[in-house]
Design a protein around this ligand. Sequence first.
Ligand SMILES: Cc1ncc(COP(=O)(O)O)c(C=O)c1O
Length: 473
Amino acid sequence: MPAQTPAPPAPAWTIPGYLEARAGRLHIDGADALELVRAHGSPLYVFSEPRIRSNIARLQRAAASVDRPVKFCYASKANSNMAVLTAVREAGIDIEVNSGGELFKALRAGFQPAQIIFNGTSKTGDELEDAVRAEIYSINVDSVYEIELVEAAARRVGKRANITLRLVPEIGTRSHIGLQTALLTSKFGITSTEVPAAFRRALENPDLIRVGGIHIHIGSQTPDVEPFAEAFRAMWEHLVALYRETGHTLEHINLGGGIPVNYLRDRSQADTLPAAERDMLGASLEPSEVLDAALRVARESARATDAEHLLDRVTILLEPGRSVIADAGLVLTTVRNIKRRPETGDVWLLTDAGFNLLLSMTTYKWYYHLISATRADAPPDTGYKVAGPLCDSGDVYFDIEGERRLPDYRMLPADVRPDEVLALLNSGAYSLAQAFPYNGRPLPAAVMVREGGRADLVRRRDTYEDLLAGDIW
Ligand SMILES: Cc1ncc(COP(=O)(O)O)c(C=O)c1O
């Protein structure tokens, strides 16, 4: 018998059953990326319902591994497309909103009020009234002054408000400074020294306000478990102190979001980035590790302070955003133009997806792994200068400022030509939700791929008429 040649290894970015090269082309849950572009145009957001479900199942498995009830509230700011919200709800978790608009969308997507928590630094009277009227699970209060605003809204509506205090405990993480939210320099929350007085104030009018919990979000893409544990300890100590001082028992401790996602789908392509950046972007932290570490410190402290009966009553909340939707989405983009600079020999690929579709490309110089969808199994052995279509010299996928957050060249197969379709992976979070029609570029369509490979249109492509929709002249 002739010796069989072994199949070449799958590309490093492969996620079996979900993201694969088949017959040389990128497939998403069995749907051919090129067929999607043919049917819906380019650029195109693609989301995967099976991947959303499996990301949520991973969270639920983590919850099942600890001995306290855990409530997951999907951070809808990561992606609040109605089909995404529906998939999240059907997968069985709750929701976190950040504005009256997100509250409206959550209710419209079928979440029950008891499934909704509402964060935000600058809620208006109308937004608070809507939240109180709907009787949501918790309004997370960001300042001592906001307690008065909630009280006033509750009085106007004639219903009692459920609140949680958001704490800012001065805990640093190894993430970008713009993604850290538990430092005193961050705009969020009530400081530890203010907390006792804030609780006393919140407990003044129990007919108008019910104080249910305490909340922290240490930041996003946190690569280590220690800041989560430290945050949980800080909240736990406040919970115990509140009980000892007033007899009031908090029902939940909310550890926020921030569970990281591995954005480096092929580490070898990011070896020019500084080690700290690689650790942050390629973090692999299991949700179960976060929950274990948090509960370990709380249990030790509870035992030492004779407060185990308080821990027995606590539900843990988490607000995962990117860990639900980041790797369940990608952006397909087409090379529209090409040039070779004689002076440098660089080959430039000009695509149709700019930072207006992925704002974090410019605010954080965020790294999204780039592959060819047209030649998904060809070796990415050639460096290109890759840039988007916007009239802005910062609209590039490589390091232009010398900050080394991005590589100098993006690796793709040799001889990329115009019309080749590329894919920016792990771009389901903070992408469509932040997109804006800069340069008169109508926003793209979005599809949701279902189990079995059927792709449903879940956002129609904007038209030129949409560009005029809000203008009055
Ligand atoms: C209060 C709060 N909760 C949850 C999240 C979600 O974070 P991530 O998407 O990193 O999980 C954020 C993100 O900024 C946040 O500010």
